[in-house]
Design a protein around this ligand. Structure first.
Ligand code: SF4
Length: 344
């Protein structure tokens, strides 16, 4: 990539910020540990699944830990979130968490998961150093869960949520996507259930990252519609705490202290405050969810690059980060990789 700037130089094992041309600094690293998933959510992938990455293309546990270490020690990463696909299907997850925590115990480690299997692993993950979990859950009705995910596993998700709370992986956050005609009318019910169980619910506008390329602006349930659904049963008022680079706008429910979040990724983008960078399961740096280019750290790493050389490559990758996702721009192109292969 030639952006008319000389490549950044790092002296031996120097720290350097992952800044971009717009003054944003990435300190939040999303690490996808696998592109595989054990659900088949209709807004994410087709019923038959996808062509998964060949095993030899996926970073090994050692490679993941090394790259996270470079991010933390050399590049100012302060938060690491493990994603997928479904990260709980990665066999070495607990060990990866433990080794990443050992790099710097002050770095915040979290997991985005569908919670299948979390009932078995929550306590081990906590003991390994995991701080928090975000669980994807769009409904608390078994029949709607089956319809959306094509799997009859709601009971496992609920057990996983309870285990996360019992293990102290708090606050336990729930991320929900509303689909018109499927679960959008259930928004108040999901909020009531989350409040009753002590979980922090956030609704997320659906983004054009599905493998089937079925997303449409017209079909998407907007933040304004989410508010309208919730206000049938609740009074929402803006929470006073500043949002910072957090994607969710928080609202007090019935005067608080309980809150609900709305992540209006499409209709109220927050790209100007973005502090995120992504590492895919096959070792590609993506400076944005919607990046058209990737930087291949795996090839460099397997080719014998030093930590410094990998850090320089990573810093360079950030220089091409665009100002925003541009979903409303006529020239917008959906990325070739779906969400499950990018990491949420
Ligand atoms: S779309 Fe890209 S720039 Fe915008 S918030 Fe998401 S990752 Fe950041």
């Amino acid at each position: 990539m030639n952006l008319g700037e000389p490549p950044p130089r790092l002296s031996r094992v120097t720290t350097h910020a992952l800044d971009d041309r717009y003054g944003r600094v990435a300190t939040d690293l999303r690490v996808s540990l696998t592109d595989r998933c054990n659900l088949r959510c209709s807004y994410c992938m087709p019923a038959e699944g996808l062509d998964w990455l060949p095993t030899d293309e996926v970073l090994t546990d050692d490679e993941v830990v090394r790259l996270v270490g470079i991010g933390v020690r050399l590049l100012g990463i302060r938060e690491v979130r493990f994603t997928g696909g479904e990260p709980l299907v990665r066999r070495g997850l607990v060990d990866i968490v433990r080794r990443c925590k050992e790099i710097d115990p002050t770095v915040d480690l979290s997991l985005t998961t569908n919670a299948l299997g979390l009932a078995r692993t929550a306590h081990a993950l906590k003991a390994a150093g995991l701080d928090r979990v975000n669980v994807s859950l769009d409904t608390v009705r078994p029949e709607t869960f089956l319809e959306i995910t094509r799997r009859d596993r709601l009971h496992d998700v609920i057990a996983g949520l309870e285990a996360a709370r019992d293990a102290g992986l708090v606050p336990v956050k729930i991320n929900a996507v509303l689909l018109r005609g499927h679960n959008d009318e259930q928004a108040p019910e999901l909020l009531r259930w989350s409040l009753d169980h002590g979980y922090e619910l956030r609704f997320i506008e659906q983004m054009p990252l599905d493998a089937q390329h079925d997303w449409s602006r017209e079909a998407m349930v907007t933040a304004d519609e989410i508010f309208a659904h919730l206000e049938r049963e609740f009074v929402l008022s803006p929470a006073s705490e500043p949002r910072g680079s957090a994607p969710a706008e928080k609202f007090l429910v019935d005067g608080g202290p309980a809150t609900v979040g709305v992540i209006a990724s499409v209709t109220r983008p927050f790209c100007g405050d973005c502090d995120r960078v992504r590492l895919t399961a096959d070792g590609q740096v993506r400076n944005c969810l919607f990046a058209r280019e990737e930087s291949d750290l795996r090839a460099a790493l397997r080719g014998g690059a030093s930590d410094d050389e990998l850090a320089v490559r990573w810093v360079t990758a950030m220089r091409g980060k665009r100002a925003g996702h541009g979903i409303d721009d006529p020239t917008f192109l959906q990325p070739d990789r779906p969400m499950s292969a990018i990491g949420g």
